[in-house]
Ligand binder design. Structure first.
Ligand code: NDP
Length: 334
């Protein structure tokens, strides 16, 4: 058995490049008592990892230079030294190192059911991104039937889930994404009411005003930057703004300037709240149960962009900043 890992070789300045990563061979480790030997099957690449590649203080510790990258993964138990697990079981764990094989304490992973959905769903709609959409939208958005919801990063993992949940709650949904192909997917397959391509639209503020004739009641912000400035200019009184992600700013090398939004928030009596999924750690089973039910009933569709090959992890991760994915971006290790 060969084993490889991908380490953070250097911290990026601005946009990450392949040079910030290194792939290297390592020994297959031997599990001790209470441990499992895992083989990674599917590995998640996520925008938040960009924050961990820098050493700025944040809500998660930075990756260490010379150490493996890590994140969500679905893995198969190849050897068990714990009575509750057997070879062949499939588990999820956050975080697992970007490694083909690794040992972990059995208490750090959860077994998943192989049957109801494809295993990779546990990294997307039934994993971190689905739960982020669920709690951020429902808890902060407080949607009411007939309200207008705008979601940026709409064709990505979180955005596709937010838009569909908003439809389940009877809202009118406007999605903002970066290609006409993505817009077609949102409109034709996920039944978004209106869609806007921020790359080709000249005046985003006007485009949002046209798409939202009754104004914006809820804005689910996945991207930040100029797109969010344009959405905020269209909010209604008592609007709710869930700040989920700011991918447009993750590679910024200077503090970004923008409109001072406090007067707007004041005039509109609006609520703006940032959140991280970890805030909902004690409610995850509730979210997972509802998402699973919607997926089984066909109310929530899930699309993935799957890149094959463990060594493609850096390329896949960098691709997030070019919008290579529709739905959840995943690397299949084989
Ligand atoms: P996505 O699947 O949405 O992938 C990222 C997408 O962002 C790309 O496909 C691209 O789509 C878009 N994008 C990239 N660069 C830019 C840019 N400069 N301006 C506008 N859009 C851009 O990722 P996720 O669904 O996993 O995450 C979405 C957001 O939510 C991220 O900001 C992430 O950090 C955040 N997040 C927050 C969590 C939390 O706990 N708060 C948890 C999980 C995610 P396009 O072609 O449309 O440009």
């Amino acid at each position: 058995m060969q084993n490889r890992q991908i380490i953070l070789k250097s911290r990026p300045a601005g946009r990450p490049t392949q040079d910030n990563f290194e792939i290297r061979p390592i020994e297959v480790p031997v599990p001790g008592d209470g441990e499992l030997l895992l083989k990674s099957l599917y590995i998640s690449v996520d925008p938040y990892m960009r924050g961990r590649m820098s050493d700025a203080k944040s809500y998660v510790e930075p990756f260490q230079v010379g150490e493996p990258m890590s994140g969500g993964a679905v893995a198969e138990v190849t050897e068990s030294r714990h009575p509750d697990f057997s070879a062949g079981d499939v588990v999820v764990s956050r975080p697992l190192a970007w490694q083909e094989y690794q040992t972990v304490p059995a208490t750090s992973v959860q077994k998943v059911d192989k049957n109801p959905v494809p295993l990779s769903y546990y990294l997307g709609i039934l994993g971190m991104t689905g739960l982020t959409a669920y709690f951020g939208f429902l808890d902060i958005g407080q949607p009411k039937k007939g309200e207008t919801v705008v979601v940026s990063g709409a064709a990505g993992a979180v955005g596709t889930a937010v838009g569909q949940i908003a439809k389940i709650y009877g809202c009118s949904v406007v999605g903002i994404a970066g290609s006409d192909e993505k817009l077609r997917y949102l409109k034709d397959e996920l039944h978004f009411d209106e869609v806007i391509n921020y790359h080709t639209e000249k005046d985003m503020e006007q485009a949002i005003a046209r798409a939202c004739p009754d104004g914006v009641d809820i804005y689910f912000d996945n991207v930040g930057g100029a797109i969010s400035d344009a959405v905020l200019a269209n909010i209604n009184k008592f609007a709710r703004i869930a700040v989920c992600g700011q991918i447009a700013l993750y590679n910024a090398t200077e503090v970004p300037a923008g409109p001072r939004i406090q007067p707007l928030i004041l005039k509109k009596s609006a609520l703006m709240q940032g959140f991280i999924i970890g805030n909902y750690a004690n409610r995850l089973p509730e979210g997972l149960a509802r998402l699973t039910d919607w997926v089984k009933k066909g109310k929530l569709k899930h699309r993935e962009t799957v890149i094959k090959g463990f060594e493609k992890l850096p390329e896949a991760f960098i691709g997030l900043f070019d919008g290579v994915n529709t739905g959840k971006l995943i690397v299949e290790t084989k």
